[in-house]
Design a protein around this ligand. Structure first.
Ligand SMILES: [Zn+2]
Length: 249
């Protein structure tokens, strides 16, 4: 049993491919594991690569920024309030900034370790703001770049993930979703905001994966409802699991 627990805790939660998403088994239930939660999320968007400086990618980056400006004070955040516990009160947050990083530019394949190094180096240099307990860096890579994570590849095994660095730096990674496994079949921005809402909800309720709100059989709040969507304002977002409603809402 210890081995099982150990393995579970070391698997970084990912957004699965659309084809891999299956209805959760009966009776999912998130339980709190004693770790930190994010109370008032402070999102900083990192667009990694010079591709983001030119249209059409720059137009997408603008839309992503608009999405985060909206979503951090939206009903999506309000519904997470039911998971407030242990002195942590989950409420609305802010988008504190965005930046495009071009030095270094990403190579055609970047590993999670490269992304962790990038974040740490850019924080040290002052190019990125230092994190606090509410900060989540969202890293976006351009079309054509493969992200690898523990031997898995974007668009082959996953569409996004979130994790922490030493329990101090919280971050999410979103490879560009223009591939059959990660597209919604609509505009690229729809897949991006769908995946972003999944990761944002998970980063708030389980910033150190497995130490916040978690279900041993089904994973995190977004995993239970993967690829079930609704519209909020003009944006496509994912449903999230509600213990109170006993449903994806
Ligand atoms: Zn997830």
């Amino acid at each position: 049993m210890l081995n099982t627990l150990f393995e579970t805790m070391n698997i970084v939660p990912t957004v699965p491919l659309r084809s891999a998403a299956a209805p959760a088994p009966a009776a999912p239930q998130l339980t709190y594991r004693g770790g930190p939660l994010i109370q008032n999320v402070n999102v900083f968007c990192v667009f990694w690569g010079s591709d983001w400086q030119n249209s059409p990618a720059s137009d997408i980056a603008t839309q992503v920024t608009q999405f985060f400006q909206y979503i951090v004070t939206s009903p999506l955040i309000d519904q997470l309030g039911e998971y407030s516990t242990n002195g942590y009160t989950i409420g609305q947050g802010q988008l504190s900034g965005t930046t495009v990083i071009t030095n270094p530019d990403p190579s055609s394949t970047v590993d999670d370790s490269d992304i962790q190094n990038l974040l740490q180096n850019q924080i040290t240099s002052g190019a990125l703001p230092a994190p606090d307990a509410n900060t989540v860096y969202f890293v976006f890579t351009p079309s054509g770049i493969t992200v690898t994570l523990q031997g898995s590849s974007s668009c082959q095994q996953f569409c996004g993930y979130h994790d922490d660095i030493n329990g101090q730096i919280f971050y999410a990674v979103q490879p560009y979703p223009d591939c059959s496994g990660c597209s919604t079949g609509g505009a690229d921005i729809d897949a991006i905001t769908e995946i972003a809402s999944h990761e944002l909800s998970e980063a708030i309720t389980d910033p150190i994966p497995g130490q916040g709100w978690y279900d041993d059989s089904n994973g995190e709040i977004g995993d239970i409802c993967a690829w079930q969507t609704k519209m909020l304002d003009q944006w496509t977002v994912q449903l999230e699991w509600s213990n109170n409603a006993n449903a994806c809402v």
